[in-house]
Design a protein around this ligand. Structure first.
Ligand SMILES: *[C@@H]1O[C@H](CO)[C@@H](O)[C@H](O)[C@H]1NC(C)=O
Ligand SMILES: *[C@@H]1O[C@H](CO)[C@@H](O)[C@H](O)[C@H]1NC(C)=O
Length: 509
């Protein structure tokens, strides 16, 4: 009968297919066990002007050069001032070191002890230390040395403590934001990593305590050293970036207070239109004029210990006007593509993400994500119009020092983005105010670590495509289908054969 040889062939196929399926599965299991080297970790300390933040990152070791595989496993805010204020008050120093030790202990808890000595630890200091260094290089060196000794005493693999430049700060934050958003690589239909179709990157807006950074890829190829070329995964990006020193939130507010004092030096108290109505506070002259950013406002008879009383008037219109005067727009007069202080800025284009101080201010106004310029303006207006007691009752958990200043920050952000960077009602909604992407903070620290560990290869060929698992999946699918087909064929031949069973009494198979 014809079903005899075909039936045998089908049985043969079935056995081969089953053998292949078992072999593939066994190889896969063994591969998992022997090839997977587990997780790797890295620690970065972001030493900002107002505080230090510790981040712990982790990633699967075998996927080191892929995209979007680094997760933030810990973020710990060190209490107390930034490292640039160390050595002024021993009590304050003590608190900072104590809190630093707490954060380090937490990082030891999230990293397995056997991996501590192979886990890199980095510290990068930003604008607070840049300012101190330009003012007093010795003091800055002493602080860095102290911090270095401390980090070297830890069980981690110490890789360095340094002051990063404003340009580095800007570009690393841009890399972090775009890395986390998957703008450099994405998985295609075949499970391979490719550059996203029509790839567009997002600009990055960072507002720190002492400086503010903008970074984005302008429409036109650009001039000068304000544009950096970076090679990432085989593709070249031209990124404009600038860091405005003394334009961070804290230093800008210090400059505002200094100009207000200058204007009213004869009276017993100074009115501040950006502080809420009925808010009164007394500050030392040093806390205002002690900074490098306000040194030019010091008078001949400057006494750091004298005290100045401020009375809030909560006047949004006057606040905005006064904050406007913190920017020098005259030196841009007659120049094309100029932000302020004579600094060249190409036309802002595309999407932007605004984080750190930008995000916290929007959040205080009850806003996040994307919204219109009108919404931001009207929210600022109603926030500023609130009297101090009402404001305090509404935000009972917020520290006084922060709460009194959001009206200033909101008006500052308005002036910076609208008059400085020239965002308008059409381009403003393309800004997203957000703090993190899938639970990882948008901060320069991640981009810095990715760069230090060479985790973003310049050339596309350097990173491994995770094709192996899809090849295995394909093999499994093919042979499973073959097995099922053979089985079906066998059943059909068997049923066919049985039509003769009754007549001849012989089993066909
Ligand atoms: C901002 O909002 C206030 C109050 O709604 C309004 O008076 C003012 O004209 C607005 N400013 C701009 C520039 O839209
Ligand atoms: C990632 O890339 C770097 C530099 O290109 C290389 O040294 C490293 O071995 C790569 N890691 C993996 C897991 O491929």
């Amino acid at each position: 009968m014809t079903s005899k040889p075909t039936g045998a062939a089908a049985l043969c196929f079935l056995l081969i297919s089953l053998a292949v399926i078992i072999a593939v599965a066994v190889i896969q299991i063994h591969k998992k066990r022997y090839v997977s080297p587990g997780l790797k970790h890295g620690v970065v300390l972001d030493a900002g002007s107002s505080r230090t933040t510790l981040y712990v990152y982790q990633w699967p070791a075998e996927k080191e050069n892929n995209t979007g595989v680094v997760d933030q496993t810990l973020r710990c805010d060190v209490q107390g001032p930034g490292i640039s204020s160390l050595g002024i008050d021993t009590n304050v120093d003590y608190q900072m070191w104590h809190s630093m030790a707490d954060c380090i202990n937490k990082s030891k808890d999230v990293i397995p002890p056997t991996l501590h000595n192979t886990t890199p630890i980095y510290l990068g200091a930003t604008a607070g230390m840049r300012l101190l260094r330009s003012q007093n290089e010795t003091a800055a060196d002493v602080i860095l040395l102290t911090v270095q000794r401390y980090l070297q005493s830890l069980p981690f693999d110490y890789k360095g403590a340094s002051v990063i430049t404003g340009q580095e700060e800007g570009i690393y934050a841009w890399i972090t934001a775009n890395y986390l958003m998957g703008n450099f690589l994405e998985k295609n239909l075949w499970n391979a990593w490719v550059r996203p179709h029509g790839a567009e990157t997002s600009g990055a807006l960072d507002l720190g305590g002492a400086s503010t950074q903008i970074a984005f890829t302008p429409e036109w190829e650009d001039r000068g050293d304000s544009t950096l070329s970076v090679m990432l995964y085989g593709y070249e990006y031209h990124v404009y970036t600038h860091s405005f020193s003394c334009y961070g939130r804290d230093e800008a507010e210090r400059r505002l207070l200094a100009t207000l004092v200058q204007k009213t030096s004869s009276s017993a108290f100074t009115e501040n239109p950006c502080f809420p109505q009925n808010y009164v506070t007394t500050l030392s002259a040093k806390s205002i004029f002690g900074s490098q950013c306000t040194a030019i406002y010091r008078t001949e008879d400057y006494n750091p210990n004298s005290r100045i009383t401020f009375v809030g008037t909560g006047d949004p219109g006057l606040c905005r006007e006064t904050v406007f005067s913190l920017f020098d727009f005259t030196s841009c007069h007659g120049k094309q593509q100029c932000s302020f202080d004579g600094v060249y800025l190409p036309e802002v284009i595309g999407k932007f993400v605004a984080f750190s101080g930008f995000y916290y201010t929007a959040e205080a106004l009850g806003l996040s994500g994307s919204f219109s310029l009108d919404t931001f303006n009207s929210s600022t207006w109603s926030f500023c119009a609130q009297e101090w007691q009402t404001l305090k009752a509404k935000h009972s958990t917020m520290k006084e020092g922060y709460l009194r200043s959001y009206c200033f920050s909101a008006n500052y952000i308005y002036n910076l983005l609208v008059h400085g960077y020239k965002f308008n009602s059409l381009t403003w909604p393309l800004i997203s105010f957000q703090r993190e992407v899938s639970k990882s903070s948008i901060a320069w620290s991640l981009g810095y670590m990715l760069n230090q560990t060479n985790m973003i290869p310049a050339e596309a060929g350097h990173f491994k495509l995770p094709m192996s698992s899809s090849v295995f999946a394909g093999l499994l699918f093919t042979f499973s289908s073959l097995a099922i087909l053979s089985l079906l064929f066998l059943i059909i031949s068997f049923v066919h054969a049985c039509e003769f069973c009754g007549r001849s009494g012989i089993l066909a198979l």
